[in-house]
Structures are given as C-alpha cells and as structure tokens.
Write a protein of this length. Structure first.
Length: 418
C-alpha cells in the first residue's frame, strides 16, 4: 500500500484517478486536484502507484533572540496550538517543534528571552497522570533556573484538568505559570494562538502575580484575553475561542495586548513558603460517575476496586436513592451500593450543575448520602477539579486524612462564599 500523503495514480474500474492519498483504512480516500475527496471501494482498484512522495514537514529554526530583562520558559506539550493543518489531507496534526512556534510568532522574543522545551507532543485527551508528573518536574527545573515565569502550551480539551493538577502538585510557585491553548491551529490566519501567547507573556513580564492560571480569549473578538484561576476554570464550548470560563470564581486579570493594558483583579498576597512538588501516583484509579434518572445500582459496582470515586450528582446534592413507589425499588439498591463503596474508598459528590455550591444537608436524600459517608458537602468545585483533587490527595495522604482534606479548601478550589 502506498503511503498516506503521497500523490498516487489509481486504476479504478474503467478510469485512472490521480490525487493525494488521505486514508487507506477502512476505505481508500483520495483528494482530487479539484479539492474534492472521493471514497473508493478497494475491490474495484486494480492498480495504485505513487507519482510523488509526500514532503516531510519543513522544520524551522528559531529566530535570533534579543537580550531581555526577563527569561520565560516555554514548555510545549502539544495540542492544537502546536498543530498545523496538513493541507494535503485536510487533517490537523500535532507536529510543531518549539522552534516552529518561535519562528511563527517572533514577537514573543521581544518581551523576554525564551527557553523553549518540548515536554511532549500529544493531544491533551491522551494525557495520563504520568504527563502531569513530567510536566511538574520540568516546571520545577525551570523554576530552579530563576526564570520570571513559565508558559505551557497545551491542548484545550483537558487543559483544565492539567491546570488543576499543577495547582495541587506545586506548592508556593514563586512565579506565574500560565497554560495557553488555542482553538485554531497556530498556522491558520484565524488562529487565537498568537494573542493568547503574547497576552500570557505580557502578563508574566508586567505583573507580580504568582500561581497557576490559564490564558485564553475573553470573547469571540480579538480584543481581550483573560487569565483564569487554574482550579476554577472549565472548557464550556466545543469550538469557540472564548471556550474557557471561570466557574464559581472571578478572572485573575484581563489583558488587552494591543493597548498593552492589564486589569489585575486578583490582588491577594500569595503565601511565600518554600516551593515544593508532590506527584500523583500513576497506578491510581479514580473514577467519575455521572448519575442520571433510571440508573442501576450495579453500574456503581464497577468501581468497587477503584481507589476513589467522584459522583456527578444532581444540583445541591441529590441522587436517585429513595424508594418512592413500586417502580423505584432500584433506588434503594443504589443507596446501599454507595454506602458499600464509601466503606472501601473516598466517594465524593460534585454537582452536574457546575455553577453553584452543594448543600447536601438540606434535603433528606442529601442527608442520607452524607450519612453513607459521601464527601463534598458545601463545596463548589467542578467535577474535574474534584476528580484531580481526589487523585492528588490519595497520592499523598492516608485514606482518613483524604476524607478530612477533601472538604477543606487547600489552594482556592473551594470558594469561601458563593
Ligand atoms: N484535541 C485537542 C487537545 O486538547 C484540541 C485542542 O487543542 O484544542 O489536545
């Protein structure tokens, strides 16, 4: 079989078709010179040969850097921001090198001397706890070098999981650590990458804020970017450039890069203890279970050998746990199963509503869940932050302590008041 990306000639039924080979499985797809894709039935192909081989992506060299007062480390993990459209196949592929980003956006080097490092080159949906650990280690190394701040380029799909993980894993970061993604690949004229990157850099070199934040567009136009708090943020849209919203929190800052203006909203003094890093155990199993109407108790049993479980329940703290009539007997079994799981592992509640706080002690079903041992009352963490917090706590504390700490605000993940 010829290589995907090659220009090929295909003898198909009575015709000869020339085009770029886009896929070979399960069908052969050719991009014709008209730009249209055509799907071919393999059985009707009598011959296929390569006319020209695909070109390997051109690697750029980074521009020469000016001397700057600030040194900022740019750690690359992959995602759309590090991808480009392969115009032969039409697919977006993660293939940027750190040098590619610098050569695409040479303005970056006007604000700071950039240390660019490749940590991984993957779409963020592929990440595991291992990737949080290697990223946190790389951050610790860069901090030791005395940089002014760190920018992490990252896929947007799970960017909020990573921002939560780093927020728990890194104690007292002495510099800003800003995660930046983009919804359009960096090589597209419409890409949001450049503004997100430059705004993050401008924020790092202009303010004295410390901590873990993310920098993305505030709305659909290119006017402002927001720095959002790493533990209270979520991707709320599949494709818009302003997909990330603060959840149960205010933005840290608004940046208008064009006007070189920053409104810093978070003026809290961060504690200045020693910097340290605590990893997440890579063999841990923590689940997120979404409760719904007409669910069954045995679905929960799937988690019986896990180390911890987040239950995404309803509103302020409810689950289908009461037998109301002859049709709701399953609910009692659900309650008993939750109780059994709570005896084996920490089980915590997070609301499907996303916005707002849990008040499990108000109605009887919520009180019964608390009696069973479910954690998470009076919390306003997103399910994703709750999930990462549970993994972090289980990695670093004995089970009883995990239960105590889950409901305690450690790093700003639970707001004081809503
Ligand atoms: N699937 C990509 C990722 O999260 C999407 C993106 O970067 O926007 O890595």
């Amino acid at each position: 079989m010829e290589d995907v990306g090659n220009k090929v000639s295909v003898h198909y039924a009575d015709e000869v078709l020339n085009g770029i080979l886009i896929t070979t499985e399960p069908h052969i797809i050719l991009k014709l010179s008209s730009g249209y894709n055509i799907v071919l039935d393999k059985k009707k192909i009598t011959k296929m040969e390569t006319i020209t081989k695909k070109k390997d992506p051109e690697r750029k060299t980074a521009p020469a850097q000016q001397k700057n007062n600030h040194t900022v480390s740019l750690l690359h993990t992959g995602g759309t921001i590090a991808s480009k459209v392969d115009y032969t196949t039409g697919a977006v592929i993660a293939q940027f090198s750190p040098e590619d980003i610098l050569s695409l956006f040479p303005e970056i080097t006007e604000h700071a001397t950039i240390n660019s490092r490749l940590i991984s080159n993957i779409q963020s949906e592929m990440m595991r706890y291992h990737h949080y650990n290697i990223l946190a280690e790389a951050i610790a190394e860069e901090i030791k070098k005395g940089v002014s701040g760190i920018i992490i380029t990252h896929g947007t799909d799970t960017l909020h999981y990573t921002s939560a993980a780093l927020s728990f894993m890194l104690d007292n970061p002495p510099v800003p650590i800003i995660i930046v993604g983009s919804q359009r690949s960096s090589d597209r004229p419409s890409s949001d990458a450049k503004q997100n990157l430059l705004s993050a850099l401008f924020f790092i070199t202009t303010t004295h804020w410390k901590g873990i934040g993310i920098c993305m567009h505030e709305n659909m136009d290119d006017e402002n970017c927001l720095i959002l708090p790493g533990l209270k943020v979520r991707k709320m849209h599949t494709s818009r450039r302003d997909a990330f919203k603060p959840i149960n929190a205010e933005p840290v800052a608004r940046i208008n890069y064009e006007k070189r203006h920053i409104d810093l909203f978070d003026k809290t003094e961060k504690s200045v203890g020693p910097f340290s890093l605590k990893k997440i155990k890579e063999d841990l199993r923590v689940g997120i279970f979404k409760s719904r109407t007409h669910m069954f108790a045995d679905e929960l049993l799937f988690y019986k050998n896990y180390d911890g479980l987040i239950i995404e329940g309803f509103a302020i703290g409810h689950m289908p746990t009461e037998k109301i009539d002859s049709k709701t007997g399953e609910n009692e079994k659900i309650y008993d199963t939750i109780k059994k799981l709570c005896e084996k592992m920490p089980v915590a509640f997070a609301s499907q509503c996303i916005y707002g706080r849990t008040f499990m002690h108000i109605y009887t079903p919520g009180r019964e869940l608390l009696k069973a041992g479910v954690l998470g009352d009076y919390c306003d963490m997103t399910p994703e932050t709750a999930y990462i917090k549970l993994a972090y706590l289980l990695s670093n504390h004995p089970k009883e302590k995990v239960k105590e700490l889950f409901n305690t605000n450690l790093k700003g993940e639970i707001s004081e008041r809503t």
